[in-house]
Design a protein around this ligand. Structure first.
Ligand code: HT7
Ligand code: ZN
Length: 844
């Protein structure tokens, strides 16, 4: 496969002045007629008239009305083109029903829909399918479906046809079309300048009662973007469509967002609190793309983080404003460490702005999205809130309607603050997670903190330069009072010392408050100091972090030395969980165990070979000891955290239910599942029903409830995904692979549906002790399924190969078993470019 390099970027030699498309819909033979106005660019370096096109049957092509015979390859066509402006016309035939890759135009449950990011438009018609080619689109759809949608504003419709015009120039990846017998949930929004906008969420009949929450989230997002960023919506209509078969979460097509139904449909009976929160965040994310992504887009796909990092940052700000900022920060860091740190510290590590790729779909990663957002957060911390607001305003003013680069983004900050960001830009060009070694000293009233940064080698980058790292620090006195408020230290050297004068005694430092940079702190400290911070730190992130570190250290000692759970930590934890003055969501986070994958990574970094079974056993012993130590208080805590009254997905209720779920799982260890069975029987919402079933399955007591759950929900696709996933997630290590295999033979298992595939295979890969269980049955099962899926859906297959990215951590036997499976995938005939690239990177 060909490698594409950032350094080879060359602008397209033609401007696209307008695009007219006519679709004659038919499941197996849709005709697409295009009429595109091109203007050759006299100064262009490359004057080749090349149009991308894949899996298209070319019926006819004309230039200025005259038939032409272009040279067609599997990647596209080239044709002699005039040197003056000209009109290109083509007719192609495509097969939406046979499109199981879910890129381009495809069918899902009888409805037509599209997915064009990153390079799907070339499967619809011949076109310069690159983000820096922007144009206005006029679309006519002819089909029997009741609802015919495209981007922009509707301009006409009649029996069997509809026309749309999008006045905002856009790249082809933002094109969308939907046609189906859909029902809408309508609403309206008046923008701050008084523009009346029609809003719709379109769903399949039967799902119309699951749209209200999504609509509320959309309206809140529109308002928030006006209030916080001053950004207003710019069309007469905003449509969202729910689709069952979808490779990712959602897509921000201009004026016509398409959503995986799991990321928009919600009801108390079928969705958990976590589902509600995720839906709110994803609706916001896609809406915010209207400016950060659509009005200002990316020059090329290497700049993907320009829109994704910024939009993730914006959606996290939104969630912090709508819910609890500290809970959001802690959850984001858990997620970052679980997914991005794993990527950054393994064979798939890449820069926030990569410099080469084979398949761009493989770069929609935690590094681009989540680390990309962290980089924006650091920039804001370094320049300050006001300067951030000024720079971002300049970005919108200067670059509206353009396809931009990271240099453009950094330039607005340099211009509006006068700051030199050349060192900061290393966050985009250097892969890997920096380590900061912290040492300290106190003498004569002066406290000195010394920070030393280094970044381990990553593929293709053996050596790294120091970066600018904002390290937020506060100091606490021996009585727990804060003696120095949070101050942001700017670490720019490899090693640098910072002093704090006028202190009467040696303080206790609270370093990297709010997790001010995506780094790993290395500091020799004591459990007593961690316990002190857990009890006293005013920074809620670091308070949680202290508890998390204690939890990790205790489990590591259990794994390595066969130690018992740390008694002091248990005491501190119990005290905190019982403390009614604290936010239940925070208590729940403190109670949540460190992930088994995180423990494996830490052990590996300390020079040990992690044993997934030993890590699992330590987690079980810890939880059992905790439950026994809390025997007297668990029933009262369970009662106190049970949310009474009608279900509401608000943050306070959700936080309380989350704590209640953790208490229930401890209680189940003592009562054999009696309380969980009662909760299951009485459940009137999915959060408590799901929690009760999970507790019972974990205790191997849930067979009856699992059957009743199936009977109750077999007609609901999204709830069935939970049923499939939960069983594998809760399975004991020895049983996980066998159970997952049985589920792949279930009548409702459908490999073509990414949600269902991920429910089973994703849950298996996440069940660390089950996936890595001795003998390698988990590896074999996953591989069998990946090989089968690759022929149907390369994008989802390639993403799931990441389950193997941590393989070098493990013992020789496991490494051997995994290598065999990776080589089996690599040796598969006709393997997709997507999967081939992933497997090659993981193996090397
Ligand atoms: N910009 C989108 C990323 C995307 C995608 C979405 C759905 C299916 C395939 C896709 N490929 C790329 C989603 C987002 O970040 O908002
Ligand atoms: Zn996005």
């Amino acid at each position: 496969p060909q490698t594409i390099y950032l350094k080879d970027y060359t602008p397209f030699g033609f401007q696209v002045d307008s695009v007219h498309l006519t679709f004659h819909l038919s499941p197996k033979a849709t005709r697409v007629v295009s009429r595109i106005e091109f203007t050759p660019q006299p100064d262009a370096k490359d004057k080749t008239f090349f149009l991308h096109g894949e899996q298209l049957k070319l019926i006819a092509a004309k230039i200025d009305g005259q038939p032409v015979s272009p040279a067609v390859t599997p990647q596209g066509l080239t044709c002699d083109a005039p040197t003056e402006p000209f009109v290109w016309e083509a007719e192609v035939e495509i097969n939406p029903q046979g499109n199981t890759a879910l890129e381009g135009l495809y069918m899902s449950n009888g409805m037509y829909c599209t997915q064009c990011e990153a390079e799907g438009f070339r499967k619809i018609t011949f076109y310069p399918d690159r983000p820096d080619v922007m144009s206005t689109f006029t679309v006519r759809i002819e089909g029997d479906e009741k609802v015919l949608l495209s981007n922009g504003n509707p301009t006409g419709s009649g029996e069997g046809w509809a026309e749309w015009h999008d006045p905002w120039p856009k790249p082809a990846y933002l094109f969308a079309l939907v046609a189906g017998d859909l029902i809408n949930h309508p609403d309206r929004f008046t923008t701050k300048s008084g523009k009346d906008v029609e809003l719709n969420i379109w769903v399949r009949p039967g799902d119309e009662d699951k749209c209200a929450f999504g609509m509320e989230a959309l309206i809140k997002s529109m308002k928030w973007d006006e209030d916080v960023y001053g950004l207003e919506y710019d069309l007469d209509i905003f449509n969202i469509v729910a689709v069952d078969d979808f490779n990712m979460g959602a897509m921000e097509n201009k004026g016509l967002n398409i959503f995986n139904s799991s990321c928009v449909l919600a009801s108390p009976e079928t969705s958990t609190d976590a589902n509600f929160e995720r839906i709110e965040a994803i609706i916001a994310h896609e809406y915010f793309h209207n400016w950060t992504g659509n009005r200002i887009t990316c020059r090329d796909w290497f700049q993907l983080c320009l829109k994704e990092g910024l939009t993730v940052y914006r959606d996290s700000q939104f969630t912090s404003d709508m819910r609890s900022a500290s809970v959001k920060r802690i959850s984001d860091v858990i997620d970052l460490r679980g997914r991005q740190f794993a990527e950054d510290n393994g064979p798939l590590a890449h820069q926030v702005r990569p410099e080469s790729f084979q398949e761009i779909n493989n770069f929609y990663t935690a590094t681009i999205y989540e680390k990309g957002a962290e980089v924006i957060g650091m920039l804001k911390r370094l320049v300050g809130d006001d300067a951030y607001a000024k720079a971002v305003a300049l970005y919108f003013e200067r670059h509206d309607g353009q396809a931009c680069t990271i240099e453009d983004w950094l330039q607005v900050f340099e211009d509006s603050t006068g700051r030199d960001l050349s060192q900061f830009s290393k966050w985009y060009s250097q892969a890997g997670t920096p380590r900061i070694k912290v040492t300290d000293d106190y003498a004569d009233g002066t406290y000195t903190l010394t920070l030393e940064q280094s970044t381990p080698p990553t593929p293709g980058q053996p050596d790294k330069d120091p970066r600018v790292i904002p390290v937020a620090v506060g100091l606490l006195g021996q009585n727990g009072d804060e003696v120095r408020e949070t101050e942001v230290l700017e670490l720019t050297e490899a090693k640098q010392s910072f002093t704090f004068e006028g202190l009467s005694a040696k303080p206790i430092p609270s370093v990297l408050r709010e997790f001010s940079a995506p780094v790993i702190l290395e500091r020799e400290t004591t459990n007593a100091e961690r316990a002190f911070l857990l009890a006293h730190d005013s920074d809620s992130f670091n308070r949680w972090e202290a508890g998390n570190t204690l939890a990790k250290e205790s489990r590591i000692a259990m794994v390595l030395d066969g130690a018992a759970p740390d008694a002091d930590y248990l005491d501190a934890l119990i005290k905190l969980v019982r403390d009614d003055s604290l936010d239940p969501a925070f208590r729940s986070l403190v109670l949540s165990p460190p992930s088994q994958s995180d423990l494996a990574q830490t052990l590996f970094e300390r020079g040990h070979t992690p044993d997934p079974q030993a890590i699992y056993d330590a987690a079980e012993t810890f939880a059992q000891t905790l439950a026994e130590a809390m025997t007297d208080s668990l029933p009262r805590l369970y009662a106190d955290t049970t949310v009474q009254g009608d279900y509401s997905p608000d943050a306070a209720s959700a936080g309380k239910r989350d704590l209640n779920t953790r208490i229930l799982s401890l209680l189940t260890r003592l009562d054999g599942g009696d309380q969980a069975a009662r909760q299951y029987a009485d459940a009137d919402n999915m959060t408590v029903q799901n929690a009760a079933l999970a507790s019972l399955l974990k205790a191997e007591k849930g067979a009856e409830q699992s059957q009743t759950f199936f009977d109750q929900w077999q007609g609901d696709r999204l709830v069935m995904d939970k049923w499939f996933g939960l069983q594998v997630a809760c399975a004991a290590p020895a049983k996980a692979a066998g159970l997952a295999e049985d589920l792949t033979k279930h009548a409702l298992f459908d490999m073509k549906n990414p949600n269902r595939f991920r429910a089973v295979m994703g849950a298996l890969a996440m069940n660390q002790a089950g996936f890595h269980y001795a003998g390698g049955a988990g590896y074999k099962l996953l591989t069998d399924n990946l090989i089968a899926l690759d022929a149907l859906n390369p994008q989802t297959t390639a993403r799931m190969c990441a389950a193997y990215q941590t393989w070098k951590r493990y013992d020789d036997t496991r490494q051997g078993l995994i290598r065999t499976q990776l080589e089996r995938i690599a040796g598969t005939e006709n393997l997709s470019r997507d999967t081939s690239e992933m497997v090659t990177r993981i193996l090397n």
